[in-house]
Design a protein around this ligand. Sequence first.
Ligand SMILES: Cc1cc2nc3c(=O)[nH]c(=O)nc-3n(C[C@H](O)[C@H](O)[C@H](O)COP(=O)(O)OP(=O)(O)OC[C@H]3O[C@@H](n4cnc5c(N)ncnc54)[C@H](O)[C@@H]3O)c2cc1C
Length: 531
Amino acid sequence: MKFDYIVVGAGSAGCAVASRLSENGRFTVALIEAGGRDTYPWIHIPIGYFRTMGNPKTDWCYQTEADLGLNGRAIKWPRGKVLGGSSSINGLLYVRGQQEDFNHWAQLGNRGWGWQDVLPYFRKSEHWQGEGHEDRGQGGPLNVAENQVERDVISVWIEAAVAAGYPRNSDYNAGDQEGVGHFQMTIKNGRRCSAAVAYLNPVRGRKTLAIFTKCMTLGLIMDGKTVTGIKARHKGRLIEIKANREVVLSAGAIGSPQILMTSGIGDPAELKQHGIAIIHQLDGVGKNLQDHLQARPVYKCTSGSINTDSRNPIKLVGMALEYALRRTGPMAMAASLGTGFLKSDPALDRPDIQFHIQPFSADNPADGPHRFSAFTASVLQLRPESTGHIKLTSASMDDYPEIHPNYLSTKTDCDTLVRGIKIARKICNTDPVKAMITAEFNPGPAIADDDDAAILDWARSHSTTIYHPTGTCKMGQDNMAVVDERLNVRGLRGIRVADASIMPMITSGNTNAPAIMIGEKAAAMMLEDAV
Ligand SMILES: Cc1cc2nc3c(=O)[nH]c(=O)nc-3n(C[C@H](O)[C@H](O)[C@H](O)COP(=O)(O)OP(=O)(O)OC[C@H]3O[C@@H](n4cnc5c(N)ncnc54)[C@H](O)[C@@H]3O)c2cc1C
């Protein structure tokens, strides 16, 4: 089998890359996905993330190694394994990040990645249904909607945040992120708009695009320093697929570095441990791992929570009917409804923490809700300094690598998260939300607000990922960079990486929209280079 381009991984970025490359009809494209088709109904019902996360039908079900920063805990790390990748199982929240994030990427030497350079690709990808603004896109494949699900505890939290002195922001994606408001969502008519729904469904009959599902990429085929194709296992059979032009790795922040390393591209010391022949030294592969860690303060409240509703069979039937008839109600709900991008210290020039306000609570979001009425005021640090790494456990793609996030390993990260938790408490101690709260369940009254060490210890013992791993094939010019600013793997020919792994620094917010933007920009650069 031979195609002009092979795209490995049909996730947020890969769907955009494959769809755009095959669009003009000049080039043939093979899109290779380890997971199956997105036929599982819960993928498409927004609340279904409770059924897709931790489910091997749709999730790789990774787990981290024991992390010192989490008081030695190992935590679950879901990643989508299905057409659409993580965009098929994510929380549907649409956040571009801050302009300064991308300007910083450009300052690091990545020409073409400043805010004004990437904005056209954010706009090209989206169809924004909310109020018009020159930075927002119209007519793109990815439907972005304003929140349609009202729960009083959310609007009351937003009012309390404003009363506590934080600004209101009706569109955090229109230039200035700072403030509190409702999340925007990748939802269309009450159904999930994953990257597969957005970019693949409309072009399923396209003759220049072949989609291989249940096709696990096992390694790259090399001719010297040129990548000429991939080896894969397709529905149990070993196959080789050749690329006339290029292979693009869009296998995500774990998959892309693992494919490079098992193919002999990485840190020689690490590859040798597993008997992998070294094809090309690139010490940064799998390093520079960044993620957002969320601390989850929980407040018992008098109304607005879906914890109790979701355990009441009569209310459940009502929710199902409301969704079936009108595509609204709790089943059409994204993972969080309210948000806030705030400064943990007023002296800062831009927000450094983000809130996810959820009308439910759980010890772990994947484990189902608490039995009492409560909401969660999750808080995270937007730009953590802590970096971790991915480490092979064998030369085989079938063996999961070790994941070492190395959370909360710098003082700035610890201090910022503690300040964020205190702001969560401050807002929840302000009316009108204060009047709805009956008790602080977590961290709980035993942890005093002036005891930073106890707050940090609680955060280490209870925080969890908010599912944003990035940076493991980072773009840049320094010795640890894996790709250059055109996403070519440095020192090799015929191979690029285009997914969340290329971020030199994690963006200030949820990472789906930036991953899709990276896919759009990668395809545009490849078409420019395809003379
Ligand atoms: C549970 C969860 C909730 C999240 N919530 C949000 C949210 O609300 N908002 C937001 O903005 N972001 C959210 N994110 C993060 C966001 O979805 C990801 O950052 C984004 O999808 C990453 O895109 P990607 O293209 O880098 O990788 P992915 O979308 O993960 O795609 C990688 C694809 O490659 C495939 N693959 C991997 N290895 C191989 C192989 N060897 N052969 C073939 N195929 C392979 C995978 O199966 C997958 O389909 C969430 C993520 C998760 C998991």
